[in-house]
Design a protein around this ligand. Structure first.
Ligand code: ZN
Length: 177
């Protein structure tokens, strides 16, 4: 969730919507009238994994989701992470699985959350033990897994397509990332 900035993180003065000339032309943004700070509100990178485990695709359900939906393993990059290293770390933290091969599927937008999704295919092994963040997981045969209309679902569809499967879409009206 992107909470709106109200006060300047530098000098604590209230931010205001101020139009300034930028490289791309005049632009109104939340800025600090006192010290000149600009709240750029750039998208946050999120790592997402299509996990292949015992020949199946592992999808997990976030404990906070109210619907019975399953999705990719996702997590934020941390300071000091490389994208690959952060993905391996997130997979280990959320599922206990070790990653033996990691391949970039693509980069996807998720504008509703002001995020950019960096999606990988991860070949994983070990014993699944979910973190408390996740309440359940399911293993799906690649030919049977259902994709969904969001950045992470598109990543899964693109990976299936690249492997020669025709992606099928489920009817998920209220799908989490
Ligand atoms: Zn300020």
């Amino acid at each position: 969730m992107n909470l709106p900035f109200t006060y300047c993180p530098g000098c604590a003065a209230p931010l205001a919507l101020i139009t300034q000339s930028e490289d791309g032309g005049d632009k109104a943004r939340l800025r600090c009238p006192a010290c000149g700070f600009t709240h750029w509100n750039n998208p946050t990178p999120v790592l997402a994994a299509v996990i292949e485990y015992e020949g199946k695709i592992l999808l997990a359900r976030n404990a906070a989701w109210t619907t019975r939906m399953f999705g990719l393993i996702t997590g934020f990059m941390e300071a000091g992470d490389t994208p690959d290293g952060g993905m391996v770390r997130e997979i280990r933290e959320e599922t206990s699985l070790a990653t033996s091969a990691l391949t970039l599927i693509g980069v996807y937008d998720f504008q509703r959350m002001n995020q950019v999704i960096i999606a990988y295919h991860a070949a994983c092994h070990g014993e699944v033990r979910l973190s408390p963040e996740l309440s359940d997981y399911r293993l799906f045969a690649p030919e049977a897994v259902k994709c969904w209309r969001a950045g992470t679902g598109q990543a899964l569809a693109d990976w299936l397509q690249a492997r020669g499967y025709t992606p099928q879409y489920g009817d998920f009206s209220k799908r989490e990332p």
